[in-house]
Ligand binder design. Structure first.
Ligand SMILES: *Cc1c(COP(=O)(O)O)cnc(C)c1O
Length: 472
């Protein structure tokens, strides 16, 4: 698959001409009132700022409305005050700890708050950092697992042993990336029947002396379900008793690590389980911050090999950092601290409860329509997946996704992985800002479409790949 490529040679020359009339702002100070700036190479000269702004702005109008995007987990609304703070900080580089010591301090406080929230046995001893998102956090956590295993197996690696990582086939693509980039064998547990995520027995059965760790996901992007972290840990405890193998668990809490602590306090999934050595979350998902921030935490410095940590200058001393990037925006970290301060535990609980209530209510109403079967109900992540009822033959989930898109709604349809490739689903992610009112409008649109879809002779969406929105 090509990445972004150069110009499309088939495009006729005249279509590249842009008429810049005076409504585009001040007349071009250099040329006339029309311009043909090349789109695929740097123009020879400048445009006035207003004209450049308007051209870019107008082109972006065709992007979807992020608030109607029920495919993404990522925050699409923040308070104006958060926006102001972020614009005040957009020039701050997170890596310049010495130049921006207060930003560094806010990052440190966020790590401490998360260590406490996730019940680290000694929150002061837990170590962690901000990242650009969960993907980077997972790379770092995976690297720490691999390095710890490498050190334990210095006699066998790299000579003969090949490290592996055990996880469900439902993991987010970042774990496949981790395995590919850092040469670790992915050991994927397939789905079976009504089990759509990792289960404890199969996970333990796949582990051997080359397993660097097990990844448990809270919760799965495929259907919003939580994986049974405590059961997985218990199965690994039993494995250790039988075989002596001591396999650490990483919890990918990209979404759930900011939901479960507020809504499912009795669920034990975090550092209360001694086998959980690290946890990540996306600050920009249910952490409620605009895109660009994630978090990775380790139970204690023992879990994070010292040589992976680099030091940058900080107030004349040095400050440990662990990251793939060097430069990175500070604004998102500031916005995370603002949100923690602004909401507190009670505030987060209220916001996440609203999202869960909206998800559950919407799932119930969709089930009541009779044409659909729910896989999940929105009572773990505020996310649910559903498919068409067995007797529905005139349309499929891809038709629904395509027709809803005509109304502006992005509801992805996709096929499940092994061993449930026979199953295709729709998924709805309810986030802060997707109100009960908006959910009602979605139901109205769906109800209006259904009679038409029921009259079809068969499903109509041939290009299923095109109908399927990105769903991670
Ligand atoms: C979103 C997600 C990721 C990737 O996170 P980004 O913050 O988008 O990089 C990883 N794992 C899970 C379970 C996710 O939901």
């Amino acid at each position: 698959m090509p990445l972004h490529q150069g110009p499309d040679a088939s495009q006729p020359e005249h279509e590249r001409r842009l008429a810049l009339n005076p409504f585009y702002g001040a007349a071009d100070p250099i040329g006339g009132m029309t311009e043909a700036p090349p789109r695929h190479q740097l123009p020879d000269g400048p445009l006035p700022p207003m004209s450049a702004y308007q051209l870019v702005h107008d082109e972006l109008m065709l992007d979807g409305n992020s608030r109607l995007n029920l495919a993404t987990f990522v925050t699409t609304w923040m308070e104006p005050q958060a926006g102001v703070l972020m614009s005040e900080c957009r020039d701050k580089n997170m890596i310049d700890k010495d130049e921006y010591p207060r930003t560094a301090e806010l990052e440190r406080r966020c790590v401490a708050m998360l260590a406490d929230l996730w019940n680290a046995p000694d929150p002061a001893a837990a170590v962690g950092c901000s990242t650009t998102g969960s993907s980077e956090a997972c790379m770092l956590a995976g690297l720490a697992l691999k390095r710890r295993w490498t050190k334990r197996n210095a006699d066998r690696y790299p000579a003969s042993a090949r490290p592996n990582l055990v996880m469900g086939v439902n993991v987010q693509v970042c774990w496949e990336k981790f395995c590919e980039f850092w040469e670790v064998e992915p050991r994927l547990v397939p789905m079976e029947g009504d089990r759509f995520h990792l289960d404890a027995e199969t996970a333990a059965a796949l582990c051997d002396e080359n397993t660097i760790g097990v990844v448990a996901v809270l919760g799965s992007t495929f259907d919003g379900s939580y994986e049974p972290v405590a059961e997985i840990c218990a199965a690994l405890d039993a494995l250790q008793e039988r075989t002596g193998l001591d396999i650490p668990v990483h919890v990918d809490g990209a979404s759930g690590a900011m939901v479960a602590p507020f809504l499912d306090e009795d669920l034990v999934w975090d550092f209360r389980l001694p086998r959980v050595s690290s946890i990540n979350t996306s600050g920009h998902k249910y952490g409620l911050v605009y895109p660009g921030v994630g978090w990775a935490l380790w139970r204690s410095p023992v879990e994070l090999p010292e040589e992976l940590v680099f030091r940058v200058n900080y107030l004349g001393g040095d400050m440990p950092t662990f990251a793939l990037n060097f430069s990175r925006p500070g604004a998102q970290v500031v916005a995370q601290y603002y949100t923690f301060l602004r909401l507190g535990r009670e505030g987060y609980r209220a916001v996440q409860q609203t999202s869960r209530d909206v998800a559950r209510g919407l799932a119930e109403r969709i089930e009541a329509m009779g044409d659909f079967q729910l896989l999940t109900h929105g009572n773990q992540l505020p996310v649910f997946a559903f498919t068409t009822a067995p007797d529905v033959t005139s349309f499929d989930v891809f038709d629904i996704s395509r027709r809803l898109r005509e109304q502006g709604w992005l509801v992805p349809a996709y096929t499940f992985p092994a061993n449930r490739e026979d199953l295709s689903v729709l998924r709805v992610v309810c986030r802060n800002g997707f109100s009960a009112d908006l959910a009602g409008l979605l139901i109205e649109d769906l109800s209006r479409l259904l009679p038409e879809l029921r009259r079809q002779s068969r499903p109509f969406t041939h290009d299923k790949a095109a109908a399927t929105s990105f769903h991670h």
